[in-house]
Design a protein around this ligand. Structure first.
Ligand code: ADP
Length: 249
């Protein structure tokens, strides 16, 4: 359903949850949340809650898929059956298969996979609660989990989606804004490399809106990567953080 006739921006310019257009939802991050994984992280953007687990580099039983010159990165994005208000079919959907590929491509450019030939690195992204932006929250959680697993990386990656509702560009859209808005543009990247690794657009934006939306996303990604660094410093003792292994912003 689109927002024609549905007001998602008040007279005062506020969004349905009280945020201003350029506001992120409250973000929480924690690393090292699963003892059985080599690295893990849980990330919340508002009500969207995603856990990521990393295993490897390891030699999987399926040797045929290994590469002689680098590690293979395998990513599985999955929404838990209890993550939505209607029970979601647990079998992998076409959307989940596509998002697994999109997230893998968002992570691959920052990983030094050539350090681990003939191995596999597995990233499991499980959406625990979905309220819009699960792919971008998933990229942020995976980046933290990969760092927590000690996988050598050129830079950290984060993601956020910008949308357009009632003609207004809004940062970090939730499910209501996504389903009723005019456009949804998920972006991910590594600010320390000046690299965009994920850029999708569902809907229509003018050239000027596109540039403004990208700028809005990029500035938010810079802030989210700083939060990632803070949570990693908190766990690994490189500098003081708000809380051992976790930050809120
Ligand atoms: P993203 O989660 O990255 O924004 P989509 O734009 O495909 O990806 O989905 C937007 C939102 O719609 C999701 O975050 C979730 O809240 C909801 N959603 C997606 N797929 C389903 C599903 N199969 N059942 C119920 N809700 C869903």
């Amino acid at each position: 359903m689109k927002a024609e006739g549905v007001r998602l921006i008040t007279e005062e310019g506020l969004r349905h949850d009280g945020r201003r257009p350029e506001d992120l939802r409250p973000i929480k991050m924690q690393v090292g949340v699963l003892s059985n994984a080599d690295g893990s992280a849980i990330v919340e953007y508002g009500k969207t809650k995603v856990i990521a687990a990393v295993y490897g580099p390891r030699e999987p039983p399926q040797k045929f898929m290994l590469l002689p010159d680098r590690a293979v990165l395998r990513v599985r994005y999955h929404m838990a059956p209890f993550s939505t208000s209607d029970r979601k079919n647990p079998a992998p959907s076409r959307r989940e298969i596509e998002l697994s590929k999109v997230i893998r491509e968002a992570l691959e450019p920052v990983l030094l996979l050539e350090y681990f030939p003939r191995t596999a690195i597995d990233v499991f992204i499980e959406v625990l609660q979905a309220d819009g932006g699960t792919r971008t929250t998933g990229v942020t959680a995976a980046s933290l989990a990969l760092a927590d697993a000690g996988i050598p990386m050129k830079a950290l990656v984060a993601g956020v989606a910008v949308g357009k509702v009632n003609g207004v560009l809004v940062l970090d859209i939730d499910e209501v804004e996504d389903s009723m808005g005019e456009a949804d543009m998920p972006v991910a990247g590594a600010p320390d490399l000046g690299l965009i690794t994920l850029l999708q657009l569902n809907g229509v934006l003018s050239e000027d809106e596109f540039k403004r939306a990208l700028d809005m996303a990029w500035r938010a990604i810079e802030r989210i990567v700083e939060m990632e660094k803070e949570v990693l410093r908190g766990k690994y003792g490189l500098a003081p953080a708000q809380e051992q292994g976790g930050v809120e912003g």
